[in-house]
Design a protein around this ligand. Structure first.
Ligand code: ZN
Length: 60
């Protein structure tokens, strides 16, 4: 299942943590802010994965 950029509709990587392409993201926020958002989103996802594993461990 592929994702599409919410701004221009181009296809983006399905594993991407954001719903828009790099070009649009940088156009909206600027390169520095875009990179910061991307980093925060990836870190949040990593934390979410860790919490998921811990939660499963508690059930067992
Ligand atoms: Zn786009």
């Amino acid at each position: 299942m592929s994702k599409k950029c919410i701004y221009c509709g181009c296809e983006i990587d399905e594993s991407s943590v954001i719903d828009f392409c790099e070009k649009c993201g940088k156009g909206v926020w600027g390169e520095r802010m875009f990179n910061t958002i991307l980093k925060n989103m990836e870190e949040a996802r990593e934390r979410g994965d860790l919490y998921g594993e811990n939660f499963q461990g508690k059930i067992e």
